[in-house]
Design a protein around this ligand. Structure first.
Ligand SMILES: [Zn+2]
Length: 99
């Protein structure tokens, strides 16, 4: 019979047992963390009038930054810009395709 000291209740973390250098490495290998959150953002532009994303730069007016909306025919410069993170952007694309 051998009795372990009380502190043996503290479990050795799995990443040590499996020979990884760090917990992060272990979790990465196990797919627990997805390469950290990238700070990636996506800019989309919307019509300030109807909120449609069917806007484009008016051909020939690029230098002036003139935009037009193909939904409501709005024209102007004060285009609405929205910044989405990756997740929001994917959701946005999903919605777009569902239309
Ligand atoms: Zn519009």
């Amino acid at each position: 019979m051998f009795k372990m000291a009380k502190k043996s209740r503290v479990q050795t973390p799995a990443w040590i047992l499996e020979g990884y250098d760090s917990r992060e490495e272990y979790e990465k290998a196990k797919g627990k963390i997805s390469n950290k959150k990238s700070g990636k953002t996506f800019k989309i532009r919307r019509c300030p009038d109807c909120n449609s994303d069917e806007v484009r730069v008016v051909v020939g007016e690029e230098s002036k930054g003139l935009w037009e909306c193909s939904k409501c025919n709005w024209r102007g410069k004060n285009i609405k810009e929205e910044e989405l993170n990756e997740e929001e952007f994917l959701r946005y694309l999903d919605k777009k395709e569902g239309n």
